[in-house]
Design a protein. Sequence first.
Length: 259
Amino acid sequence: MTTAPTVQGPPVSGPPTSAPAPDDLAARAAVLVRDAVLGDLARRVVADCGADVGLVGVPDPEVTGPATEGMVLRHWAGTRAELLHGLAVPAGTGLGGRALAERAPNWVPDYRAATTISHHYDAAVTAEDLYAMLTVPLLHHGAVHGVVYASLRAVVPFGDVRIGAVTRLAEAATRALAGAAAWCGAPAPSAPRHAPPLTRREHEVLRWAATGRTNPEIAAQLGLTCNTVTGYLKSAMHKLGVRNRTELALAARESGLLG
């Protein structure tokens, strides 16, 4: 028996391959970092802040439309249903949309009974059995990278400690997201806004308040009365143009008052 000779033709050449451009690699890396940071943020809101559900909305013009500011809930932890997954939230709607529009934290002890927000998403909130809710925008020099939600399956007021904890997580995530955006060649952020002058005592009280301390704790630390601490905080809020101590801490950080 003879074996047929192997006939080898010319090599088949396919389309030339090329390595991704550096800009493409940077953009992919930025997306991976963003997803990792925001996914971790949702989980840590539950694990570290005592929330039952953590959510993070991300700006997405392809879903909300280029002419409408809004976001889509892309990351979550602790959910039982799926109605909140991938939900589009235009600015101004619900509690998260309000935080996005106002560029400021918002919270309610009972979402379903709240009269200060729209109720576009009551069905999804009810499906998750959620009541108390806090939303904090991820802000970096005016740019919004998203909104983080901390929700509980109970009607409870949000205290300064929990609000401060969620705010600090949001700030840490925002710094990471700003770094990822810089990898894509995004324009450098503008300089921090000019901070109005505070007195020494106002500055001291502000720095302690930004760590989540209560007024009695600050008073004990600085040897002041609670009324005096309240007065310094109100004065600092007036100078920075904010409405509450959470906004005060955010404005102080953006202005460089907290170093």
